[in-house]
Design a protein. Structure first.
Length: 110
């Protein structure tokens, strides 16, 4: 492989965003939207995915975002752009942690 790309490191880097953005946000969003009638999805992209495709549509949207991010990171690693290589999983991990926490707070408050 050319550039900086270590498969083991890449897998480790993407574990956290997969758990926070992929699993955590997905589970708390589904619990809020399906379990609490007073709550509705505020993100128009997610609301559209849920409206058009239900849970499979939402899961597809999540996977697409993760795959695009992973693709950017792989390309960045191959071109030795270490900022983008590390920024993509970090951004999605932080976003996922925020969204999961926010959704959990909404669930607890209702």
């Amino acid at each position: 492989m050319e550039g900086y790309l270590d498969a083991g490191e890449l897998a480790s880097l993407w574990m956290v965003p997969t758990l926070t953005y992929g699993v955590g946000d997905m589970l708390t969003t589904m619990a809020a939207v399906n379990g609490v009638s007073a709550l509705s999805e505020g993100n128009p992209f997610v609301a559209t995915a849920l409206e058009l495709g239900g849970t499979p549509g939402f899961v597809t949207l999540k996977l697409l975002v993760l795959l695009v991010g992973l693709g950017v990171a792989v390309r960045a690693g191959r071109s030795e752009d270490l900022i983008s290589y590390y920024a993509m999983p970090t951004l999605l991990a932080v976003l996922g942690a925020f969204l999961t926490t926010y959704n959990a707070q909404l669930l607890i408050a209702t």
